[in-house]
Design a protein around this ligand. Structure first.
Ligand code: URA
Length: 438
């Protein structure tokens, strides 16, 4: 087999076989196939696309390129969740305990964040004492004992994807639906769950800007899951403004606790109930999404979800008293108000700009090794559809001191808001659900 023939076949619109795709991925991983040939192939895929069969074969080749986590020692149907990323997205902190409280085991490996705010692991590390590095044995036994563990990604999951993603980043081939779908799913499959729920964001703050593209990506990922025997469902949600009110690590933990207590923001609560319901159905604990949602609502009402959160935090060495007293979380000493210069209604909030604002304050990493300040961030006081008078507070900055950086960020946050004279039509948060059954 020769790489050039495979590139040519794809260039001319042919369907590659599993052995051709494995040849490419294995050769590239070993360093036998050079970047320039992989780039040419990726560009051919960008223009020609891939069939569902090809996409699944590529995914498996990448999943097989490194470690494969065996979650076999954990009993029950293990359901993982993946979000395509968004500003203020703290769903894992809520979904883990919520879903575990009805008996669906959650054995999750999460990443640290680059850009915006931190990742789930950074958010959890804002809790004093919380450990995210556990041995595989402790990880599995904790899930068997309390139904939930979240640890930092260790080992070498889908290294071929890492190498290819870096190449795509510099060859203008990231925005290809089969390449994105196989990239995401290769890591999920290597992480070992039996079933996967995908939270696909759409809108200005998301990877996919239109509902049509988001649905195509979601379908491609659900098809891969089906092809490789992992039951997969995708929920498409709006990311035209940040999720909830809090952006910043400890601030997001605090908002997650409020949500587990039943006092969370409406959008965040609704998204968690929907994603959670799909996890419960795939985990075999309910027959319908509707009844699963009711079950989860009850777990919030009766305190079981919050109790599960506490036992999860304590099991990983964290201070679980934060659940009753969130003021024990890291707090920024200074609050700066960002006030409105306009009267009317908030018509849009650029989520990406707010993520960037939080990062500049220190809540996220501009470079891989940058330190995070857990306490800082932004809390929104106004969201889309709210009425505003000039002088009203739009958002609060949680900062170390009111220096020039804080002033710059205040300008940025103010500029992220758009206004209209009339109340904008409400946009639905949950736009579409894609499952293997259609
Ligand atoms: N996220 C991924 O993991 N891979 C992509 O290709 C795009 C986003």
């Amino acid at each position: 087999m020769r790489s050039v023939d495979i590139i040519q076949k794809k260039r001319d619109g042919g369907e590659l076989t599993a052995s051709e795709l494995t040849f490419l991925i294995d050769g590239y991983s070993r360093g036998d196939i050079p970047d320039y040939q992989m780039s040419a192939w990726a560009m051919a895929v960008f223009f020609r696309g891939m069939t569902a069969k090809e996409t699944a074969a590529l995914t498996l080749a990448m999943a097989n390129s490194g470690d494969q986590v065996d979650l076999g020692p954990i009993s029950g149907i293990k359901v993982d969740k993946h979000s395509t990323g968004g500003v203020g997205d703290k769903t894992t902190l809520i979904l883990g305990p919520l879903v575990a409280s009805v008996g669906v085991p959650v054995a999750k490996m999460s990443g640290r964040g680059l850009g915006h705010t931190g990742g789930t692991i950074d958010k959890l590390e804002s809790i004093e004492g919380f450990r995210t590095e556990l041995s595989r044995e402790k990880f599995m036994s904790q899930v068997n004992d309390i139904g939930l563990s979240v640890i930092g990604q260790s080992g070498n999951l889908a290294p071929a994807d890492k190498k290819l993603y870096a190449l795509r980043d510099v060859t203008a081939t990231v925005e290809s639906i089969p390449l994105i779908a196989s990239s995401v799913m290769s890591k999920k499959i290597a992480a070992g769950a039996d079933a996967i729920v995908l939270d696909v964001k759409t809108g200005s703050g998301a990877f996919m800007k239109t509902l049509e593209d988001s649905e195509k990506l979601a379908s491609a990922m659900v098809d891969i899951g089906t092809e490789v025997g992992r039951n997969t469902a995708a929920v498409i949600s709006d990311m035209d403004q940040p999720l909830g009110f809090a952006i910043g690590n400890a601030l997001e933990v605090q908002e997650s606790i409020e949500t587990l207590k039943g006092n969370g923001p409406e959008d965040l609560t609704e998204l968690c109930l929907t994603l959670g319901a799909h996890m419960v159905v795939l985990g075999g604990k309910s027959d319908s999404v509707q009844s699963a949602k009711e079950l989860l609502r009850e777990q919030i009402r009766n305190g079981a979800a919050l109790e599960k959160f506490k036992s999860f935090i304590a099991a990983q060495g964290g201070d679980d008293s934060i659940a009753d007293d969130p003021a024990r979380l890291p707090q920024a000493p200074v609050i700066v108000e960002v006030t409105s210069e306009h009267s009317g209604f908030v018509s849009a909030i650029e989520a990406e700009q707010l993520g960037l604002a939080a990062m500049i304050l220190g809540a996220g990493r501009a470079t891989k090794d940058a330190e995070i300040d857990y306490a800082v961030g932004v809390t929104l006081r106004k969201k889309v559809g709210d009425s505003v008078n000039a002088g009203d507070t739009l958002a609060l900055l949680h900062v170390r001191d009111a220096n020039d950086t804080a002033k710059e960020v205040a300008v940025k946050v103010r500029a992220a808001y758009s206004f209209s004279e009339t109340k904008p039509e409400p946009r639905a948060l949950l736009l579409s659900v894609i499952t293997a059954q259609g």
